[in-house]
Design a protein around this ligand. Structure first.
Ligand code: GAR
Length: 196
């Protein structure tokens, strides 16, 4: 059994896409959801779907090993950041080297980095007059949005786009691709790492 933990701060639509995709699977389980916001949609999705969840406080996240310990005791294999806006502390990066994946709503390295989340990203794409935007799924390192990219998918930027309309189209791409790419990554990397 491969166990996934999701970290998310917002509405949790990507987390829900993952929960639904893996729901009937016997070999993969969404085991744990962590959020920094008690009232976030992701916590509701976790509760409704009977998934253990935990609200993390910033000081505890950065100044203790609590999350690292919780992940280890649950035997988590892979962490997915699905709209999680805090940098990952060194202890987690070390324990889960090559096993933390983030999704970002632009074609990285463009429009990534500190402060680049949600509509800020889509405004930046429109301000730059880019012809394309899209999604990036990448490994997480110590810098925002900078680890190795494992998947990208493009979409056109329309002349009529607003940040909101672009965000909606990009989000559909995220839901279509994140679960499949996580599944592929598990088969190609996580299962292999577990068997050596
Ligand atoms: C998603 O668009 C995700 O790509 C983005 O946050 C949104 C979360 O939406 N992540 C970032 O911007 C990370 N820099 P959701 O809560 O509906 O899944």
């Amino acid at each position: 059994m491969i166990k996934i933990a999701i970290l998310a701060s917002g509405s949790g639509s990507n987390a829900l896409a993952l929960i639904e995709y893996f729901r009937e699977r016997k070999d993969v389980e969404i085991n744990f959801v962590i959020s920094n916001k008690r009232k976030s949609g992701v916590i509701t999705h976790a509760a409704v779907n009977d998934i253990d969840h935990y609200i993390i406080d910033k000081e505890i996240f950065y100044e203790s090993s609590l999350i690292d310990i919780k992940m280890k005791s649950r035997k988590i294999d892979l962490i997915v950041l699905a709209g999680f806006l805090w940098k990952i502390p060194d202890n987690l990066l070390k324990t889960f080297a090559g096993r933390i994946i983030n999704i970002h709503p632009s074609l990285l390295p463009k429009h990534g980095g500190l402060g680049m989340y949600g509509l800020h990203v889509h405004r930046s794409v429109l301000d730059s007059k880019d012809e394309h935007s899209g999604i990036s799924i990448h490994l997480v390192n110590e810098n925002y949005d900078e680890g190795e990219i494992i998947f990208q998918k493009k979409c056109d930027v329309l002349i009529t786009d607003t940040p909101e309309s672009l965000a909606d189209r990009v989000l559909v791409l995220e839901h279509e691709n994140l679960p499949k790419q996580i599944d592929k990554f598990i088969k190609q990397e996580i299962v292999k790492q577990k068997t050596v």
